[in-house]
Write a protein of this length. Structure first.
Length: 560
């Protein structure tokens, strides 16, 4: 086992994002109208707990028992009490991703575990984290790749074979081919040779066996990564989920015009407050997808009937209702209705999400209420950067802090090179610039009376001369960079691990190399580093825009 000194430094920072996210975390009045509660306010969770208790009795909870897989004995014990009516869930989730996708998928789950523990202490009732695996999503290009660190510390892509000739099937129906086995073999070759690797790889090999569905492989990988943690898994494609989601989807289809108006109205309210719309409102489009032999497609209104948006296949209302009753597995919610479905089926207090998901919830508060549900409290996930020992050594060697290393690579290199150049070079460059500026200014002043038409040409000449100095400075820096290539390689490698390709580590890198190097102890250490602070009162966050107010208001632009 690695010792504490060998483990990476775990840097936890507030989640960054849009102005809406910043205002939400700050508890501003402008953001209050779009959320059911502030994530630090205990009253928000108590309100939501009371609403869940009134809406979901033990029978409604127990009907979903078969869809939930608990990943530890402690999780199984909590799950039994929750299903008997004694507790709640903190939900998070993610679309299917190769080998779990980016690191933030793991941080979402760990944030949910930490929040569940804090809410259990607050409410005195069992609260369990639950991961919703979005198995209905169909965008293969988004989920078929992962980026892992190789033995030198550089990111390397691993991809499954392109499937462009196939219809856009949900990941629960998308079967893996031989490229999945090759991807696992490629991953193994890139991982450090440790006992942790030798435990992880066989489980990945079984998960990504050809013929397995992409969604099932993702869920099996999650089960391997979080084995022993107080968390449970639910697949959106589970038959029980499909069966009991069908009434919510039917209600959404029957009230599609109303729901479109609600979301459009709330979106307009966001824009009026200076925020952005995470999802555009497409006129005539429902929040429901249907899957047929041509793949997954969104249902849109067409006259008095329904049509599939891509294929234009027409279904009348009676046919659609009959098919939904007979084959609920063929239907799924879109990104806006999905949280409503999840809250309708499970006793959920809070949702742990990233910046985009926080923005989704800001658009759909009145959609929740129109379906008879109080929105859960949105808890922005923790943001984490793992600073491994080689990166710490590079920071110390170059006299940098983590924030500086997270800047664009060329800026970091230039910062270091400029700082390490002999002082005389930069001093002479500054003197040269000052001399040119002063000299041309004096010449322009002297020539003003005798040759007034020379003012413009002199300004142009000054700009050209200063540009030449800047070009020479860049050449000096590039030359110094070439001369110091071996030394700067350590810095490039460190930057590639912290800000790969210019993206934050958590949004680019996969967890598997870290697990192979440090083992499950790493997740325990990350979990211990996460904090949840409850106790701030935010009474302005007592509810979201009501459907009644939205429906009574003038229709926003684009909605008849």
């Amino acid at each position: 086992m690695p010792t504490a000194g060998m483990l990476p430094e775990i840097v936890v920072q507030p989640l960054s994002g849009s102005r809406l996210l910043r205002d939400y975390l700050a508890g501003t009045t402008a953001a209050a109208g779009f959320f059911s509660g502030h994530p630090a306010d205990p009253a928000a969770y108590r309100r939501k707990a009371a609403e869940v208790d009134a809406r979901l009795d033990p029978a409604a909870r127990r009907r979903m028992a078969g869809s939930i897989t608990a990943l530890s004995a402690a999780a199984r014990g909590k799950l039994a009490r929750i299903l008997d009516g004694g507790g709640y869930f903190v939900t998070t989730g993610q679309q299917t991703g190769l080998f779990t996708g980016p690191l933030y998928t793991v941080y979402k789950a760990l944030s949910a575990i930490r929040l569940a523990g804090a809410l259990e202490g607050l409410l005195g009732r069992p609260v369990l984290a639950r991961f919703w695996a979005a198995a209905d999503d169909h965008d293969w290009a988004v989920v078929c790749r992962a980026t892992v660190l190789d033995g030198r510390g550089y990111p390397q892509p691993i991809e499954l074979a392109a499937r462009g000739d196939e219809p856009p099937l949900p990941m629960a129906e998308r079967r893996l081919d031989e490229s999945a086995a090759r991807a696992v073999a490629e991953l193994r070759d890139l991982l450090p040779a440790t006992t942790f690797r030798d435990r992880l790889v066989p489980r990945l090999r079984a998960a990504y066996a050809p013929g397995q569905s992409m969604a099932a492989a993702f869920e099996a990988t999650l089960a391997a990564v979080f084995d022993g943690q107080e968390i449970a898994l639910v697949s959106s494609a589970h038959p029980l989920v499909k069966e009991h989601a069908a009434p919510v989807l039917l209600a959404a289809l029957e009230a599609a015009e109303r729901d479109e108006t609600l979301v459009a109205w709330q979106t307009e309210a966001l824009l009026r407050n200076g925020y952005h719309a995470q999802v555009s409102v497409a006129p005539g489009a429902s929040n429901v997808f249907c899957t047929d032999e041509q793949g997954r497609d969104r249902l849109v209104r067409e006259g008095g009937n329904w049509a599939l948006r891509r294929t234009r296949r027409v279904l009348d209302g009676a046919d659609l209702r009959a098919r939904l009753a007979a084959d609920p597995a063929a239907f799924s919610p879109n990104v806006l209705l999905r949280p409503v479905v999840e809250s309708a089926l499970f006793p959920t207090l809070a949702y742990v999400g990233g910046p985009a998901e926080t923005s989704y919830f800001a658009q759909i508060g009145c959609l929740f209420q129109a379906h008879g549900i109080m929105p859960p409290v949105v808890f922005p996930r923790h943001s984490v950067t793992l600073v491994e020992p080689p990166v710490k050594r590079a920071l110390a060697r170059f006299g940098l802090d983590l924030a500086q290393l997270q800047r664009p690579l060329e800026e970091v290199l230039e910062l270091v090179i400029r700082r390490d150049l002999p002082a005389g070079i930069m001093d002479e460059l500054r003197k040269l610039r000052a001399g040119l500026a002063d000299g041309y200014a004096a010449l322009a002043e002297a020539a003003a009376a005798a040759a007034p038409g020379m003012h413009g040409p002199l300004l142009s000449a000054r700009r050209q001369a200063l540009a030449q100095v800047t070009a020479m400075e860049k050449k000096i820096i590039r030359h110094a960079e070439r001369e110091q290539a071996a030394r700067l390689e350590q810095l490039r490698r460190a930057a590639a691990q912290v800000q790969p390709g210019g993206a934050p580590q958590e949004r680019a890198l996969n967890v598997c190399p870290f697990l192979a190097r440090y083992g499950p102890e790493l997740l325990e250490c990350v979990l211990a580093a996460l904090t949840v602070r409850l106790g701030e009162e935010h009474p302005a966050f007592a509810g979201v825009i009501s459907p009644e107010k939205a429906l009574a208001a003038p229709s926003p632009r684009g909605i008849a």
